[in-house]
Write a protein that binds this ligand. Structure first.
Ligand SMILES: *[C@@H]1O[C@H](CO)[C@@H](O)[C@H](O)[C@H]1NC(C)=O
Ligand SMILES: *[C@@H]1O[C@H](CO)[C@@H](O)[C@H](O)[C@H]1NC(C)=O
Ligand SMILES: *[C@@H]1O[C@H](CO)[C@@H](O)[C@H](O)[C@H]1NC(C)=O
Ligand SMILES: *[C@@H]1O[C@H](CO)[C@@H](O)[C@H](O)[C@H]1NC(C)=O
Ligand SMILES: *[C@@H]1O[C@H](CO)[C@@H](O)[C@H](O)[C@H]1NC(C)=O
Ligand SMILES: *[C@@H]1O[C@H](CO)[C@@H](O)[C@H](O)[C@H]1NC(C)=O
Ligand SMILES: *[C@@H]1O[C@H](CO)[C@@H](O)[C@H](O)[C@H]1NC(C)=O
Length: 409
């Protein structure tokens, strides 16, 4: 009974003031010496109700998985997210941090709080959501939900769990826009209870710049968090952003069509993207203990070239079971002809062919500039630089070096 005694003592301490370190040691006590005890036996002997509830809660959490797809804009994260959304065992959310960012952005698109506070708010919200608690999110939704009901849940339609029973009384499978029309308002209390019935929660975000910003959540023993870090050739990301975010990238379009770099061009977006990549990679490649078993690096290009193989590797890493419909979903969505109706945010089509098409759509002088700004990052990820226009445009010579980034286990 010695180990139950330890659990009890620790539980009393933690119930007095839930302290991160105390909970950490509690989790270690529960998971290491008491591992052999059956889950229901672990807490049954605890007399105090509050303490027992906390113990049961912690034990119950152990079966749950929390996944974070950490990516940057236009790097293929919608597709990667779909690999989880299509799995009926996964409760998937598409970019819930959008609400936080828009709350702290003024009319000119500038942040109204400093970066550190914003990142803190992101982490708090993620933690709440992983606990299936949607009430913190309500504080960020505009207009404020009434009676926990809202029609302004960002990209609700991109989440199958939020477009099917019980959250939406609709048995048919709905496309994103159909979901908004058919399901209308979302009851967040119901979403929250529904979420608890799923063993796995996956969240996609492009708003966390570096894996280092996630360290406290990765280390938090109340979560069982794994990060899938999606990266893509920065030159391809830029090409995609130029044609997607037309207003924001106006001066890049001028540069691209004229070949002359505008004097006032802002290279900060590229610089930041590559710095964020490199900082994350430096951390990951140094294999710190806190990332062990928690981190997998995925190059979008590898996913696009052989989606089924890569998806299998990702599923193995996160410990999810492959579903029957998944292979056919992947085939349909990576091997179709481009539909004239496909939106800019549609997932990849003919993915193996399109993956290096950016080389035909980016002026050589832009490519050179990105290569200068991002040379370290390109090197770290195995994206070859080009020295000439001929080399850039010759698609029979791939710029993708074969690399194997094994998950750190
Ligand atoms: C603890 O729970 C039991 C059974 O659920 C209940 O009978 C008892 O009144 C509870 N005690 C307190 C102090 O809430
Ligand atoms: C939302 O769902 C909860 C749980 O099912 C229910 O109790 C509540 O009445 C619902 N709220 C509204 C406004 O329908
Ligand atoms: C894509 O479609 C073509 C023609 O229908 C087929 O030959 C090929 O095997 C498919 N590839 C994949 C990865 O599904
Ligand atoms: C494209 O969308 C329009 C309007 O929604 C529709 O009438 C048309 O059939 C669609 N075309 C294809 C090829 O899906
Ligand atoms: C860059 O310009 C070329 C030539 O005008 C054009 O074909 C291409 O689509 C442009 N690229 C982007 C990303 O807008
Ligand atoms: C990147 O460029 C800098 C400055 O030109 C150079 O010192 C460095 O060696 C380059 N790094 C790589 C990985 O090519
Ligand atoms: C393109 O690259 C291939 C493979 O390196 C080479 O054999 C071919 O000559 C190149 N074509 C041109 C037009 O440079």
């Amino acid at each position: 009974m010695e180990c139950s005694w330890k659990v009890l003592v620790l539980l009393v301490f933690t119930s007095l003031g839930i302290q991160y370190t105390a909970i950490k040691s509690l989790r270690m006590t529960i998971t290491s010496p008491c591992r052999s005890m059956a889950a229901e036996n672990r807490c049954g002997h605890i007399k105090d109700n509050v303490t027992r509830a906390l113990c049961e809660d912690l034990n119950g959490q152990q079966g749950r998985k929390h996944l974070l797809i950490l990516a940057s804009a236009r790097s293929g994260s919608s597709f990667l997210g779909q690999l989880f959304n299509q799995n009926s065992d996964v409760f998937y959310l598409f970019e819930p941090l959008y609400h936080v960012q828009s709350m702290f952005t003024n009319a000119n698109g500038l942040p109204t709080i400093d970066r550190r506070s914003l990142l803190g708010a992101y982490r708090d919200l993620l933690h709440n959501l992983y606990d299936c608690d949607f009430y913190l999110l309500e504080n960020y939704i505009k207009p404020a939900p009434k009676d926990h009901v809202t029609s302004s849940f960002f990209r609700r339609g991109a989440s199958k769990a939020l477009c099917s029973p019980p959250v939406c009384n609709q048995l048919e499978e709905l496309q994103e826009n159909q979901c908004l029309k058919t399901c209308r308002k979302i009851n967040l209390t119901l979403a929250s209870t529904t979420c608890r019935s799923y063993k796995t929660m996956a969240i996609k975000t492009i708003r966390i710049p570096e894996i280092n910003h996630m360290r406290t959540l990765v280390e938090d023993p109340r979560l069982n968090l794994k990060i899938i870090h999606l990266v893509r050739d920065p030159r391809a990301v830029l090409a995609s952003r130029i044609s997607t975010f037309v207003d924001q990238y106006r001066s890049y379009q001028i540069w691209n069509s004229s070949g002359r770099k505008p004097h006032n061009i802002d290279l900060l977006m590229i610089r930041n993207m590559c710095m964020d990549y490199s900082n994350s990679l430096e951390t990951a490649f140094s294999r710190p203990p806190w990332l062990r078993g928690k981190y997998m690096l995925v190059r979008y290009e590898d996913l696009a070239k052989d989606p089924i193989k890569k998806a299998n590797e990702i599923y193995n890493f996160v410990g999810l079971q492959w579903k029957d419909g998944l292979s056919s979903w992947i085939e349909e969505n990576t091997n179709a002809t481009v539909s004239p109706n496909s939106s800019k945010f549609a997932t990849i089509r003919k993915s193996s062919e399109t993956v290096e098409k950016w080389r035909l759509h980016l002026h050589f002088s832009i490519v050179q500039t990105v290569q200068d700004v991002c040379n370290t990052t390109l090197f770290q990820l195995g994206y070859q630089v080009v020295d000439s226009i001929q080399q850039l445009k010759n698609l029979s010579q791939s710029l993708l070096e074969p690399r194997v980034f094994l998950p750190f286990i």
